[in-house]
Design a binder for this molecule. Structure first.
Ligand code: HEM
Length: 405
């Protein structure tokens, strides 16, 4: 919550990175946390299974750690805690493996490639309607394109009816806002809504992900509990649109403020996949991982750490680590060699590497490619300095992205 870190995370976390491999800090609930900042160390910790995601497991079930305390501060009634703590992100093997296996089939490269024409169609429809939303000659890309595209895609995949989607968007915004009462208000409403959705869908299962989850729950007792089923829907829908929306927006803003890179991309649209890797590195919307917890006393990059201690991996500091990149501050769409795997940690690393990374990249490729095809002269409608960033720790989000088409 330090103003300097919120105002300029690249600079703020960069300064921490240069202080040392491991820095002592405080989490949002004011508890102490070890901060790991350098590219190699971040990847190493994310691969090291002595660091776990479930706080209770690391402490013999004693308490829910900083995350639990944060939920208490935010006024979330106790009975709703499992819906957050039971998520795939807060579990370790073997539960994590079981949960991930259940959903990973829907996100294979092949499945995502099959989805591409549908994503293009949704993007084209939204783009064709953009001028209708102009006010004083400017359109907010976030409101009318960057959000609606991924939320439509993930809701179609999961099987959330169209009429419910605006409500989901409002809940998502409430949940990430960290505003007093936001979580306590929205989570119970979402849980009730998903239970109702499951009840209805059970009567006529289809081939959507929700039906898959219901089958896994009903057919084979024990593969998926009630809470896990609801939590998975919640996680997929929220993780599946909030982040991607902001990558599309941040990426567009980055291109429009770097005319040389924009010209390069326009002259060579085949550069798009590499460009999206670089935009993820340079302005990825998720700047730190969930907390990890030491499951035993251990050495963390030269620092002795005690069992139960929490560790924060700052992806933004790692993605700008001069030990790993030449001129990391430079946006260079050709930085990532063609055909090679991504060279950044914006989607995390290791067991919890983002399940939706291929989907998010594809949506962003389609979004940027189609935006430039529909509106080749698109430009910012405000000065770059007037783009307002949300003051949310660990996130890079613009409040709005006003464009002239
Ligand atoms: C995990 C970022 C899009 C679903 C993660 C993690 C990061 C991340 C950093 C790892 C967190 C950690 O290790 O603590 C992003 C970004 C996205 C994006 C920057 C968009 C630009 C998506 C999409 C989905 C998704 C579209 C849709 C399915 C998930 C899930 C996990 C995850 C389910 C947890 C995986 C696990 O615990 O095994 N994401 N994500 N994400 N992401 Fe994404």
């Amino acid at each position: 919550m330090e103003p300097a870190l919120l105002a300029d995370p690249v600079k703020g976390y960069g300064a921490l990175r240069e202080q040392g491999r491991v820095v002592r800090g405080r989490f949002m609930d004011d508890s102490p946390v070890w901060i790991v900042t350098r590219f190699d160390d971040v990847r190493e910790v994310l691969r090291d299974q002595r660091f776990v995601n479930n706080p209770a497991a690391s402490q013999g079930g004693a308490d829910d750690g900083p995350l639990g305390r944060l939920m208490e501060t935010m006024g979330l009634p106790d009975e709703f805690r499992p819906y957050l703590l039971g998520s795939i992100l807060n579990n370790d093997a073997p539960d994590h493996t079981r949960l991930r296996r259940l959903v990973s089939r829907a996100f294979t490269a092949r499945k995502i490639t099959d989805l591409r024409p549908r994503v293009e169609r949704i993007a084209d429809d939204l783009l064709a309607r953009l001028p209708e939303h102009a006010e004083n000659g400017a359109v907010d890309l976030i409101e009318h394109f960057a959000y609606p595209l991924p939320i439509t895609v993930i809701c179609e995949l999961v099987g959330i009816p169209e009429a419910d989607r605006p409500q989901w968007r409002a809940w998502g915004a409430d949940l990430v806002s960290l505003e007093p009462g936001g979580l306590a208000r929205s989570l119970p409403a979402m849980v009730a809504h998903i239970h109702e959705l499951i009840r209805t869908r059970r009567a006529s299962l289809t081939d959507d992900l929700l039906s898959e989850l219901i089958r896994a729950h009903d057919d084979d007792g024990g593969r998926l509990s009630d809470v896990e089923m609801v939590t998975m829907v919640l996680t997929l829908v929220l993780a599946g649109h909030e982040t991607t929306a902001h990558l599309i927006a941040n990426g567009t803003a980055a291109l429009l403020t770097h005319p040389d890179q924009l010209a390069l991309l326009k002259s060579d649209p085949a550069l798009l996949p590499r460009a999206v890797h670089e935009l993820m590195r340079w302005c990825g919307p998720v700047q730190m991982t969930q907390l990890r917890y030491a499951s035993e006393d251990l050495d963390l990059a030269g620092t002795p750490v005690r069992k139960g201690d929490s560790v924060l991996l700052t992806l933004v500091a790692a993605n700008f680590d001069p030990r790993h990149y030449d001129a990391p501050e430079r946006l260079d769409l050709t930085r990532h060699p063609a055909g090679h795997a991504e060279n950044h940690v914006g989607f995390g690393h290791g067991m919890h590497y983002c399940l939706g990374a291929t989907l998010a990249r594809q949506e962003t490729e389609v979004a940027l490619g189609r935006l430039l095809a529909h509106y080749p002269d698109v430009s910012l409608a405000v000065r770059p300095d007037d783009l307002e960033r949300a003051q949310l720790p660990g996130n890079w989000r613009l409040m709005a992205l006003p464009l002239r088409l």
